[in-house]
Design a protein around this ligand. Structure first.
Ligand code: URA
Length: 444
């Protein structure tokens, strides 16, 4: 086999076989196939696309390129969840205890934040003593005993994807649906769960700008899951603003606790119930999405989900007392108000800009090695659709210092708000669900 023949075959619209794709991925990982050939192939895929069978074969080849987690010793149907990226997305902090309380084992590997996106592991580590590195034995035992464990992602999970994604990033080949779908699913499949629930974001702040494109990506991922025997469902949700009000590590933990108490923001609560319901159905603990939602609501109302959060924090070395007194989490010394310069209605809040703002305050990393400050971040006071008067507070920065950089962050947050005179049309948060049975639109 020669790489150049495979590049030409794809360039001319041909379909590569599983062994041809494995040849490319394995050769690229070993360093036998150079970047220039792999980027030519990625560009050919960008223009020609891939069939569902090719996409599944590519995914399996990438999943097999590194560690493949065996969750076999955990009893029950293990359901994983993945979001295609969101600012203020603390859903894992809520869903791990909530879904575990419903009897579905959650054995989750999560990442750290980089750039404007936060990471679940950083959020959990804002709880003093919380350990995100557990031995395999401890991880499995905790899920069997308690129903949930969350650890940092192994550095060797789908290394082919890591290498290919870095190449795509600099060769204009990120925005290819089969390449994104195989990238996401290779990591999920290597992580070992039996079923996968995907939160696919849509809108100006997301990878996919339209619902149609998001549904296409969701369908590609669901098809891969189905093809390789992992039940997969995807919820398409709008991202014209950050999720909830809190952006920043300990601020997001506080908001997650409030949500598990039934006192969380409406959008965050809605999304968690929607994703959680699919996890519960795929995990075999409810016969329908409606029944699963009711079950989850009940577990929030009667305190079972909160008790599970306490047990989960304690099991991983944190102090469960933070659940009852979140003020013991790291707190930034300063509060700096960001006010509106004009009145009107909030039409959109650029999530990426707020993610960058939180990062500049110290909540995120500009580089992989950077230290982070768990206490700082941005608390929104106004969300889309709300009326605001000139001089009213849009958001409050939780900052460590009042310096020139902080003043720039104030401007960045203010500019992230699109305020217009007329009231915006209401935008639903949940748009559609994609499963192996097809697409269902929420609004229909
Ligand atoms: N996220 C991923 O993990 N991979 C992509 O290709 C795009 C987004």
């Amino acid at each position: 086999m020669r790489s150049v023949d495979l590049i030409q075959k794809k360039r001319d619209g041909g379909e590569l076989t599983a062994s041809e794709l494995t040849y490319l991925i394995d050769g690229y990982c070993r360093g036998d196939i150079p970047d220039y050939q792999m980027s030519a192939w990625a560009m050919a895929v960008f223009f020609q696309g891939m069939t569902a069978e090719e996409t599944a074969a590519l995914t399996l080849a990438m999943a097999a390129s590194g560690d493949q987690v065996d969750l076999g010793p955990i009893s029950g149907i293990k359901v994983d969840k993945h979001s295609t990226g969101g600012v203020g997305d603390k859903t894992t902090l809520i869903l791990a205890p909530l879904v575990a309380a419903a009897g579905v084992p959650v054995a989750k590997m999560s990442g750290r934040g980089l750039g404007h996106t936060g990471g679940t592991i950083d959020k959990l580590e804002s709880i003093a003593g919380f350990r995100t590195e557990l031995t395999r034995e401890r991880f499995i035992a905790q899920v069997n005993e308690l129903g949930a464990a969350v650890i940092g992602q192994s550095g060797n999970l789908a290394p082919a994807d890591k290498k290919l994604y870095a190449l795509r990033d600099v060769t204009g080949t990120v925005e290819s649906i089969p390449l994104i779908a195989s990238s996401v699913m290779s990591k999920k499949i290597a992580a070992g769960a039996d079923a996968i629930v995907l939160d696919v974001k849509t809108g100006s702040g997301a990878f996919m700008k339209t619902v149609a494109h998001s549904e296409e990506l969701a369908k590609a991922m669901v098809d891969i899951g189905t093809e390789v025997g992992r039940h997969t469902a995807a919820v398409i949700s709008d991202m014209d603003q950050p999720l909830g009000y809190a952006i920043g590590n300990s601020l997001e933990v506080i908001e997650a606790i409030a949500t598990l108490k039934g006192e969380g923001p409406e959008d965050l609560t809605e999304l968690c119930l929607a994703l959680g319901a699919h996890m519960v159905v795929l995990g075999g603990k409810a016969p329908s999405i409606e029944a699963a939602r009711e079950l989850l609501r009940g577990l929030i109302e009667d305190g079972t989900a909160l008790a599970k959060l306490r047990a989960f924090i304690a099991a991983q070395g944190g102090d469960p007392a933070i659940v009852d007194d979140p003020s013991t989490l790291p707190q930034a010394p300063l509060r700096i108000e960001v006010t509106a310069t004009e009145g009107g209605y909030v039409h959109a809040i650029e999530a990426e800009q707020l993610g960058i703002a939180a990062m500049l305050l110290g909540a995120g990393r500009a580089t992989k090695e950077a230290e982070i400050d768990y206490s700082v971040g941005v608390m929104l006071t106004k969300k889309t659709g709300e009326r605001v008067d000139a001089g009213e507070v849009l958001a409050v920065l939780h900052a460590r210092e009042q310096d020139r950089k902080t003043a720039e962050v104030v401007e960045r947050v203010r500019n992230a708000y699109a305020i217009q005179a007329e009231r915006p049309a209401a935008r639903p948060l949940l748009l559609s669900v994609v499963t192996a049975d097809g697409i269902t639109r929420y609004a229909e």
